[in-house]
Design a protein around this ligand. Structure first.
Ligand SMILES: Nc1ncnc2c1ncn2[C@@H]1O[C@H](COP(=O)(O)OP(=O)(O)OP(=O)(O)O)[C@@H](O)[C@H]1O
Length: 290
């Protein structure tokens, strides 16, 4: 199974939001990482076939998705950033309702609703109203609805926003399980979401592809670019912040320890340290880590 994004461009008015993107996906989780406004949602909407590109094509197993039309839609499960759940419905009733909208027969719906509720760990809570669920549980209902038609391609936009750390881990593991025989595209600006589960990380900046690599390779490329510098006087910190990207600053017995991302050694006493994905985010996006 393969999904090919070819020369994809999207323009809104005069603004070019996606610029000649070329990407290929096979089964597994792909993390789409980018700062706010980098084009993640636009890319996902186009792949989900709810928005048309200005230029370029998408091919599923070699076939243009515009020609496949509803056949392609049947292959897609999409969980947008903000999904409207019917709060008065129980989880089970809501899923039955969506199954009807997706054109499943009553018999198919019965099987799939049970199966997806079990998969997302909500079968025991199926009789409870969705409005009473926690953020994580609502996201799991969202995933369940996206999986009802047994999609080959699952697209989830910022799925862990607003979840607590425990819910986030649970959600990540769920996506990992689902991806064993599907393409899962996950957009996020939270680095830890993709650190452990993504086969590849796609870094978007201003609608351009900056990197597409496994997390391991991306980190390897950062070796000798992440440094630890200890300063004895706090007054020295602003000078480093002006000249370099400075990550965490920690107070230690030896003084203030600065984590610095720099292609060159930032000070004669700097020591190279093991890079992590937070460093990667700072390296590519000159911003605070979310
Ligand atoms: N329908 C639209 N009309 C005009 N501009 C749009 C439209 N949709 C998105 N944009 C603009 O396109 C750019 C990319 O938006 P997009 O939502 O794809 O980014 P994103 O990476 O998903 O950001 P976020 O993380 O904030 O959701 C933004 O500058 C946004 O304002």
């Amino acid at each position: 199974m393969s999904l090919l994004v070819s020369n994809l461009t999207k323009v809104f008015g005069k603004k070019q939001v996606l610029q000649s993107l070329n990407l290929e996906f096979t089964t597994g989780v792909y993390g789409i990482l980018g700062a706010n406004g980098s084009g993640k949602t636009t890319l996902m909407r186009i792949i989900a076939n709810v928005m048309r590109p200005s230029e370029g094509n998408i091919y599923y197993d070699g076939r243009d998705i515009t020609i496949m039309d509803h056949q392609y839609r049947d292959l897609i499960g999409y969980l947008p950033q903000h999904v409207g759940l019917y709060k008065q419905f129980t989880a089970e009733k809501f899923l039955h309702y969506i199954a009807t909208l997706k054109g499943l027969s009553k018999k198919e719906a019965k099987v799939k609703v049970k199966e997806t509720l079990e998969l997302v760990g909500l079968y025991d809570r199926r009789k409870e109203k969705v409005g009473k669920f926690s953020g994580g549980m609502k996201r799991r209902v969202g995933i369940a609805q996206a999986l009802l038609n047994d999609p080959k391609i699952l697209i989830v936009d910022e799925p862990t926003a607003g979840l607590d750390p425990k819910e986030r881990i649970r959600f990540r593991n769920l996506l990992s399980t689902i991806a064993s025989n599907r393409i899962v595209l996950l957009s996020t600006h939270i680095v830890s979401d993709i650190e452990f589960i993504a086969k590849e990380v796609i870094i978007l900046k201003d609608g351009r592809l900056i990197q597409k690599e496994s997390p391991q390779l991306l980190l390897k490329e950062l070796e000798q670019k992440v440094w630890k510098v200890i300063v004895s006087n706090e007054m020295e910190i602003p000078a480093f912040q002006q000249s370099y990207k400075v990550g965490n600053i920690v107070k230690t017995e030896a003084g203030m320890e600065l984590r610095i991302i720099s292609d060159t050694m930032p000070s004669p006493h700097a020591v190279a340290v093991q890079p992590n994905l937070e460093d990667l985010y700072l390296y590519y996006f000159d911003e605070e880590v979310a």
